[in-house]
Design a protein around this ligand. Structure first.
Ligand code: ARG
Length: 486
């Protein structure tokens, strides 16, 4: 190993040719079939920006450690900046022969700066390099997802506030159950997604550590300041173990499992959009900008936005499965199959962003049809529980009250009317206290909703308070310098 303190370094031609991934003990060419399997640049070139960032900090770190001179580090950083400009302007030519993003950039660097380019990889392996790139990429992609999720959350919140007076039935088993309000239902979506936000914030916290300096597996003998490098890259700290740092991908599993759960949640909301926009339900009309038509049936207006988001949830579950299985039974230390972690994480991020943006737009522009939502309260005896509760107030045990009202529902069904339309005689026969006018009030849906004013209930004041508190939490979360759980 060269002396880490040596200031002058040779610029001669003894440097190995870094323009190919091979070298070392092997000849420069591989079989064509191997080449196809081996190369990953078509996928991992997406990491170029974080790869260059990591390399610049590594170059500076090598100079701090006395492994490179300041002048050499400056040359490397300037060369990397030129590559950045070339990639940004589309001039850069990615070469699959050079295997991956790391080797493509390093080879171009040597073309630009000469043999000193071969010094960049001192004290570094592609194993700690790619682990660092992935953490940097994922951290920033998670930030985008969190921002898009907060947008969706606040869109739902604002619809909940503007629809505060719209009533609707709540459902169990997709059967009308009890009277509620649309905003209570929308706040249920919001609440569920708030947990997704928290999961993503936790996963982001967990990944924010630096693998650089772990080398291929067993660290490096150069006096690198790993804590300085970590700080320069915005990481909380260096990873504590070099074997773990290079071979573990649970940070990806954690993020993508948060995305898969989020996808499942978006699919539940989407399912309701599909159901609600049927002629049969008619609760919601999507705006034209978020609807599609049929190539054959001119009358069709389809909720494809929601169906596609359900489809993306299936893919997200697949991406998570791929990551879990990639690492399953992997012995400690980097294994090359880890190269296959890129597509799942890239696609998971893309699928999630597409879903979040489209759902936000669809919900911001849809029309909730109050006539249909409130009309649905008129059928289905949704105040039956309230009538039973009324009997309980007059001293009837709940089980008995449940039985009495069940009999009345049967009677109403036989007559083809609603509970509220039964005659006083029929009610009186079932139980004498049902003769009182208060019994009729128990069957008023709006009053029934307002009675449910426990924390978490649908009464107007409860839902408004819930929405106001939620909005306050978002404002605080967005003004903080880093994401915090809410
Ligand atoms: N392209 C590789 C990956 O994404 C980089 C690491 C290669 N390491 C190795 N020892 N061959 O995982």
């Amino acid at each position: 190993m060269p002396s880490p303190l040596r200031k002058e370094s040779p610029t001669g031609s003894q440097q190995p040719d870094m323009t190919v991934a091979r070298g070392g003990r092997l000849p420069e060419t591989v079989d064509e079939a191997m080449q196809g399997l081996n190369q990953s640049v078509e996928v991992d070139s997406a990491l170029w920006r974080v790869d260059i960032l990591g390399s610049k900090v590594h170059a500076r770190g090598l100079a701090r450690a006395g492994v490179l001179t300041e002048a050499e580090a400056n040359t490397l950083v300037r060369g990397l900046e030129q590559i950045e400009a070339e990639i940004e302007s589309g001039q850069f030519v990615w070469d699959p022969q050079r295997e991956d993003v790391h080797m493509n950039i390093e080879a171009r660097l040597t073309e630009i700066v000469g043999p000193v380019g071969g010094k960049l990889h001192t004290a570094r392996s592609r194993n700690d390099q790619v682990a660092t790139d992935l953490r940097l990429y994922t951290r920033s992609a998670v930030d985008d997802v969190i921002r898009a999720l907060v947008d969706l959350e606040r869109t739902i919140l604002s619809r909940a506030v503007s629809e505060i007076d719209t009533l609707m039935p709540s459902y169990t088993h997709l059967q009308r159950a009890q009277p509620s309000r649309l905003s209570h239902h929308l706040m249920a979506w919001h609440e569920m997604l708030s947990r997704d936000y928290n999961r993503l914030v936790s996963a982001r916290d967990g990944l924010n550590e630096s693998p650089l300096g772990a080398g291929a597996v067993a660290g490096s003998g150069y006096p690198l300041d790993r804590a300085w490098v970590a700080k320069e890259l915005g990481f909380e700290r260096p990873m504590r173990n070099s074997i773990d740092a290079t071979g573990s991908r649970d940070f990806l599993m954690e993020v993508v499992s948060a995305l898969a759960i989020l996808g499942v949640h978006l699919s539940r909301i989407s399912e309701e959009i599909v159901i609600w926009s049927t002629t049969e339900f008619g609760f919601l009309t999507l705006s034209d900008a978020f609807s599609t038509s049929s190539s054959m049936m001119p009358q069709k207006k389809n909720p494809d936005v929601a169906e596609l988001i359900r489809g993306k949830a299936a893919r997200l579950i697949g991406h998570l499965t791929a990551l879990l299985v990639l690492e399953k039974s992997l012995a400690f230390g980097y294994g090359r199959e880890l190269q296959e972690d890129k597509e799942p994480i890239f696609h998971a991020m893309r699928d999630t962003m597409l879903s979040l943006r489209a759902l936000t737009g669809a919900l911001a522009t849809c029309t909730f049809r109050r006539d249909r939502l409130e009309g649905a309260l008129e059928q289905g005896h949704v105040c039956a529980t309230d009538l039973a509760d009324y009997l309980v107030m007059s001293g009837v045990p709940f089980r008995e009250a449940h039985h009495i009202v069940g009999g009345l529902v049967r009677e109403a069904e036989t007559e083809g009317v609603q509970l509220s339309e039964l005659s006083v005689d029929v009610l009186a026969q079932a139980h004498p206290s049902l003769m009182r006018p208060e019994a009729r009030e128990a069957l008023d849906a709006r009053a029934a909703v307002e009675r449910r004013k426990l924390v978490g209930g649908p009464a107007k004041a409860c839902v408004l308070k819930e929405a106001e508190e939620a909005e306050r939490r978002w404002v605080v979360a967005l003004s903080a310098s880093s994401w915090r759980r809410i």
